[in-house]
Design a protein around this ligand. Structure first.
Ligand SMILES: C[S@@+](CC[C@H](N)C(=O)[O-])C[C@H]1O[C@@H](n2cnc3c(N)ncnc32)[C@H](O)[C@@H]1O
Length: 294
């Protein structure tokens, strides 16, 4: 039963893994996972990341606040912790917390109500096909969401579309470390300890096994940076956390290009020098009004 906003159809067999799922199955499975773990999600995040996700998210919010945005999209916002932190760090900003899981958004709504913030709007949207207008946000961020999506390039393209020219893109996500001594520990942790903790804390071993699979199947940090460039983002950089177990990528939507006809007029107007006026300068493309502070 496709839903116009969520864009999710029927559920899938339990034997399908993140490695073998078709894009449609992956989306349906992810939807089911987050619908079912929504009330345990925040507690589990603290447990499985040993509280480290809070520091990484603070780094993301600091980077966003430094941009002084007026409009921010937090895609795959989940239970809304990042959207709330942005709304509090930049009270002048309008923050949109968007996700396709109604249950995750219900937890987010409660969080915003309890905090008493008035500058956050909730939107139930599928990240693959957003209803927001082109060029409507100064910042678009996604945290621990991209790896759950069936088409990373499509999501980055959508986020770039809704960013205004010069707007900033941020993606925080887990990743496998590349260091040969560190990697086996992470594999052990993700593959065995995480589902075990999922069983003990959230009684949801299959759901947390799926989360391991999706991290394993996700892009390397360099491959994600390349994909961002391919989708048209510039100034692409990333910083790693916890031996590469997570990374914060950022990029910029290029400023709008001036149409060729107006950038270089066929016959530029010539004004006599003795009148003390210079020829009209060729229009230049403005620089983005802010710098990457990460
Ligand atoms: C791991 S949670 C991340 C929540 C929050 N951003 C955080 O950092 O804790 C991933 C979120 O992505 C959402 N999600 C996954 N696929 C999506 C899609 N195609 N469209 C919209 N949301 C999606 C899930 O519903 C879930 O809330």
């Amino acid at each position: 039963m496709p839903n116009d906003k969520r864009g999710v159809s029927a559920s899938i067999p339990a034997t399908v893994t993140a490695h073998t799922a078709t894009p449609e199955q992956k989306q349906a499975r992810v939807y089911e996972v987050f619908q079912s773990i929504s009330t345990d999600y925040d507690r589990m995040n603290d447990v499985i990341s040993l509280g480290r996700h809070r520091a990484w998210k603070r780094a993301l919010v600091r980077a966003i606040a430094a941009v002084r945005p007026e409009a921010v999209l937090d895609l795959a916002s989940g239970t809304g912790d990042i959207a709330l932190a942005i709304a509090q760090a930049v009270p002048a900003a309008r923050v949109t917390a968007s996700d396709f899981s109604e249950n995750m958004l219900a937890v987010a709504r409660q969080r915003f109500d309890e905090a008493g913030v008035e500058n956050v709007t909730i939107a139930c949207e599928n990240a693959l096909s957003l209803s927001f207008l082109d060029d409507s946000f100064d910042v678009a961020c996604v945290s621990f969401g991209l790896r759950n999506m069936p088409d990373y390039g499509q999501v980055i393209a959508e986020m770039t579309r809704v960013l205004r020219p010069g707007g900033r893109f941020f993606c925080l996500d887990s990743s496998y470390p590349t260091h040969p001594l560190i990697k086996p520990f992470f594999r052990l942790y993700f593959k065995y300890l995480m589902p075990l903790m999922g069983t003990l804390v959230a009684h949801a071993p299959e759901e947390y096994k799926w989360l391991n699979d999706s991290t394993e199947a996700f892009l390397s940090k360099d491959a994600l940076a390349d994909l961002m460039r391919k989708q048209g983002l510039t100034d692409v950089t990333y910083r790693s956390f916890l031996f590469g177990g997570a990374a914060l990528h950022s990029g910029t939507k290029p400023p709008a290009t001036v149409p060729a006809a107006s950038a270089t007029p066929a016959t530029p107007p010539v004004i006599p020098a003795k009148a003390g006026i210079q020829n009209a300068p060729t229009p230049t493309v403005p620089e983005p009004p802010y710098q990457d502070t990460e």
